[in-house]
Write a protein that binds this ligand. Structure first.
Ligand SMILES: *Cc1c(COP(=O)(O)O)cnc(C)c1O
Length: 355
């Protein structure tokens, strides 16, 4: 038998989560955000499970090409658009849609050969101050796009900074509506948090990411309460057991010290598998389906868990690091990060199986 770690990807969970997007935003088209290798779940695998979506959003040009070459005919949007004029021939050939967010991109449009081929998502900076034209630039940018023979359709787009936070989207939505109000063009605003929380932002296209993977975008609300099912379960097994005497320590730096006799399980999962090294003692983990805690520092290839209360668990016992039965959100919180980062960081060395 090989090293027991495995990521299980539940394809039906992906489909069900998309159905929840549909239920929340019935009148909108759904652009499944599958950047970052489908949030770590595997680009092509996720695309197949979500093939009924109206579009896919990715970052990398080659991901867009792979999807097109695999036969997907829906909209494929490059979320950062293009970076150099030579990409435009490929974009044109594969009929990829592009975000245009800055004047440098406008200046490259003459590289497009075919009239009306380019579907543009015009990004407006409504307060996130990451990508996008400022409201004051909108009129002149629209003129430039209309004057470009390359441009076919235009969709107006923005991205929210606080859809998952107490602050919400009011200011950004107001700003967007002021800018977009004067033109009749399709619109796209909502990430997962806005899909779930702000129907007024749904518009023509919603752009859910994290919720498709069965993860809650909200700190205070569990995915299960939103009807979402986790798509990724990271599993491994106990590969060794140590019986500690009081005062003995565990792992690098000896940062955990047993205050009494303890049984410690060594699990085949470490930070080189994508488990967060910053997860301190006490991070939740399941062994034989029951919750216990990690102990001490996470190593590159292993971590330690507390088996003291589980005498029946030992070498060979299944361990769930996150997923079914243990929300990745809980692990992320214990590690001082967010679930997005954990999912995306699943290491290529972890074997993946579909369920
Ligand atoms: C990543 C991304 C999304 C999806 O965000 P979630 O929070 O994962 O739903 C939507 N729109 C843009 C522009 C993004 O970059």
């Amino acid at each position: 038998m090989s090293r027991p770690i495995q990521a299980l990807i539940d394809l039906s969970a992906l489909e069900r989560n998309l159905a929840i997007v549909r239920r929340c935003a019935e009148r909108s088209r759904a652009m499944a955000v599958i950047k970052a290798n489908g949030y770590g779940h595997g680009l092509m695998r996720v695309a197949e499970a979500l093939k009924s979506s109206d579009g896919f959003a990715v970052l990398d040009l080659h991901d867009g090409v792979r999807l097109r070459e695999a036969g997907y005919r829906q909209t494929i949007l490059l979320l950062e658009g293009f970076f150099a004029p030579d990409e435009l021939a490929v974009i044109e050939q594969h009929r990829l849609s592009v975000v245009i967010h800055c004047s440098d991109q406008l200046a490259m449009l003459p590289a497009v050969k075919t009239r009306g081929v380019l579907e543009v998502f015009l990004k407006i900076n409504t307060g996130m101050n990451r990508l996008g034209f400022r409201p004051g630039q909108f009129a002149s940018v629209m003129e430039a796009l209309k004057a470009s023979p390359a441009v076919g359709g235009i969709t107006l787009m923005t991205h929210f900074a606080n859809a998952d936070e107490a602050e919400g989207v009011d200011d950004q939505l107001l700003c967007f509506n002021e800018v977009a109000g004067s033109v009749r063009l399709p619109r796209s605003l909502a990430n997962s948090a806005a899909v779930l929380r702000y129907p007024a932002t749904h518009a023509d296209w919603v752009r859910p990411g994290i919720m498709l993977y069965g993860v809650s975008p909200f700190a205070g609300k569990a995915a299960a309460d939103l009807g979402l099912r986790p798509a990724m379960t990271l599993k491994s097994e106990v590969i060794a057991v140590q019986n500690l005497k009081p005062g003995e320590r565990v792992g690098y730096g000896g940062v955990f010290r047993a205050d009494g006799p303890m049984r410690v399980g060594t699990v085949a999962c470490g930070y080189a598998d994508g488990y967060p090294r910053h997860a301190d003692t006490g991070t939740p983990v399941l062994v034989d389906g029951r919750q216990t805690r990690t102990l001490g520092r996470v190593s590159m290839d292993m971590l330690a868990i507390d088996l003291t209360a589980f005498p029946g668990s030992g070498v060979g016992s299944p361990v769930t690091l996150w997923g079914e039965g243990l929300p990745v959100e809980d692990v992320a919180q214990a590690a001082g990060t967010i679930s997005y980062e954990l999912l995306c960081a699943l290491a290529p060395r972890v074997p993946v199986a579909e369920v």
